[in-house]
Every structure is written in C-alpha cells, then in structure tokens.
Design a protein around this ligand. Structure first.
Ligand code: FAD
Length: 291
C-alpha cells in the first residue's frame, strides 16, 4: 500500500529537530525507516509529519569513554557489526547485531531506532537489559539518562516523551573476565526472533559470578529482564545445577503467547534451552575463550 500523505522535514541540528517535534504533536522521527516506513505503508502509522534525523551531525559513533561504551543513536547495525572494538570486547552486542534482519536492512537500520521502536521482537532491547545499559534522551530541557529497566513501558511504548530524541545508548565498559552471548531462533535467516535470550556475565578472580544479566526477546509485550535468574546466579559458580535453576527461573518469568511461530510451552522450552546455552557461552568468553 501507499502511505497516507505527510509533511517532510530534515533538520540540521538536534535542537531544531526537538523544536519541530514540540510544535507538531502528530510528527514522527524518521531514522533508518525500516520499521516506520513498513508501518506507514500498511497505514498502521499515519504521522502528519516526518522529522528525518539522518542529517543531524554527531549521532553516529562507537566509543569507550569513562565507564561506558557509548553508541550514537544513528549508528547503523552494519557499523556495529564491522567495529573491531565491539567484536573484541562486547561479544553479546556483536552476536546481537549480526542476527538482526539481513545485510541490506542492517546498512540503514539504526541502533537508536531499534531501541526506540520498542517492538518486543526487536533484538537490541533484551541485550541492553542484560548489559544494564542507559539511554540518553535529548529534549527541550536538555539531556537526561534513562536506565534501560525504566525505558520499555509496553509494546511500542517507551518512557521518551514526544519531543525527546534518543541520542545515545551507553553500555557498561567491558571489564576483565566478562563476556556475553545472544541465542536466537528464527524461522529463516533475517527473520524476527521466535524467541531469543541475551546473557552477560562478569566473573570474580575465583571464578564465581560477580554479576549476571539476562534479557528475553519476544516472550512478552516488552523485553523481559530475568531478575530472579540473575540474582540466583550471583555469587555462585556456573555449573549444571546453577545453570538449570537460572534457566528455570528465566522461563518462569517469560510471558509467551501461542502464535504461528509456536505454542506457549514450546517458547518456554526455548527460553530454558537458550538461557543455558547463552550462559555457557558467556562463561567461556569471560574466561578468555574468544568470541
Ligand atoms: C525485513 C526486515 C527484517 C527485520 N528483522 C529484524 C530482526 O530480526 N531483528 C530486529 O531487531 N529488527 C529487525 N528489523 C527491524 C529493523 O532493525 C529496524 O530498522 C529497527 O527496528 C528500527 O530502526 P530504524 O532506524 O529503521 O528506525 P525507524 O524505522 O526510522 O523508526 C522506528 C521508530 O522509532 C522511532 N525512532 C527512530 N529513531 C529514534 C530516535 N533516535 N529517537 C526517538 N525515536 C526514534 C521512529 O519515530 C519510529 O517510531 C527488520 C526490519 C525489516 C524491514
């Protein structure tokens, strides 16, 4: 279908973009366009105006600064995929970006758009929950940081206000003996997840778990942080018993529904299986087993 008609603006600064959004309550931000434009073509979204943020300078970068890895919102998936820094030190993020859509989509789709869209089937949100990331939002009153746990309110709904732009995402900087992994089942390459699990571990010198992060994709209206599983792992050695218990707790907190991709029971089973696999892989990587 053809989208409904709309006005188009292409501001040059973040301040101008914020002001356009403030003046136009029916406006929507256009980033990579790979979620918004399909929705407009199906008339599931009918914005009166598009505020295209592709010409804004300084929103495309990947850098370590202080205690964080900071990623500009307009960074394309393909840039993340090619980043040596990400490949070397952020294995969970590298795993995730590699299984998003296909190379053509990844050339345009942005990290900021993936998170701001808040589609429960998108892959970055669960990964960001597992990392304990923070979102930077820029609005009329300047910048604010939003812990990722407070960001996803419902399907396609976030805590950003209408005139705020997600300008960056910050992931805790990689430390010694840390590693992660993302396991995803898709019907075919390039598809959205039937179910996926993100796991991130930091180990102590004695091999026990200093902190664990687990995020679940597409088993609820929002990405789900498996807090009870994370807490059960903290201070433990990762062995068959602790993995089994964490996987059980993660599958309990999932809220899958039956659809053409599978039954509720099947999806819970996948959460258990992928939690186990992701934790084992995360440990291997944290111990220096490579990406
Ligand atoms: C064939 C196909 C397969 C796909 N498969 C996957 C997949 O397997 N996994 C996956 O995770 N995704 C998948 N996607 C989605 C893709 O990754 C999207 O591009 C992404 O979800 C949205 O990013 P975008 O930059 O394209 O955002 P857009 O489509 O431009 O915007 C999406 C929404 O977010 C808002 N928005 C965008 N940027 C910002 C910002 N900086 N601040 C505030 N709001 C903003 C927009 O207003 C809009 O409402 C697929 C897409 C296609 C077309």
């Amino acid at each position: 279908m053809i989208p409904a008609s709309f006005d188009y603006t292409c501001p040059k600064t973040v301040a101008e973009a914020v002001s356009l959004l403030g003046q136009n309550p029916e406006a929507k931000i256009l980033a990579g366009g790979h979620s918004l434009i399909p929705m407009m073509r199906f008339r599931m979204a009918t914005p009166a105006m598009l505020v295209d943020i592709n010409q804004l300078e300084g929103l495309s970068y990947i850098k370590e600064e202080g205690d964080w890895l900071e990623i500009g919102a307009m960074t394309r998936e393909s840039e993340l995929d090619r980043s040596e820094l990400v490949r070397k030190s952020y294995s969970l993020l590298a795993d995730t970006t590699r299984v998003i859509a296909d190379p053509l989509v990844r050339n345009l789709a942005t990290v900021g758009g993936n998170i701001a869209h808040a589609d429960p089937a998108n892959d970055h949100p669960a990964t960001m929950l597992a990392y304990g990331a923070e979102v930077t939002a820029t609005g009329p009153d300047g910048e604010r940081s939003i812990p990722i746990g407070d960001f996803f309110l419902d399907a396609f709904t976030t805590s950003l206000s209408h005139d705020e732009i997600l300008t960056a995402i910050r992931i805790p900087r990689a430390v010694e003996k840390s590693g992660g992994a993302y396991f995803k089942l898709e019907r075919k390459v390039g598809d959205y997840a039937t179910v996926a699990v993100a796991a991130q571990l930091v180990l102590n010198g004695d091999g026990k778990i200093a902190s664990a992060g687990i995020g679940l994709t597409n088993v609820g209206l929002t990405p789900i942080k498996a807090t009870a599983a994370e807490e059960a792992l903290t201070g433990k050695v990762l062995d068959d018993a602790s993995i089994k218990e964490a996987a059980r707790l993660a599958s309990e907190v999932a809220e899958p529904i039956e659809d053409q991709r599978g039954s509720e029971e099947y999806k819970r089973h996948l959460v258990r299986t992928f939690t186990s696999r992701a934790l084992r892989k995360a440990q291997e990587r944290a111990e220096g087993g490579g990406v």
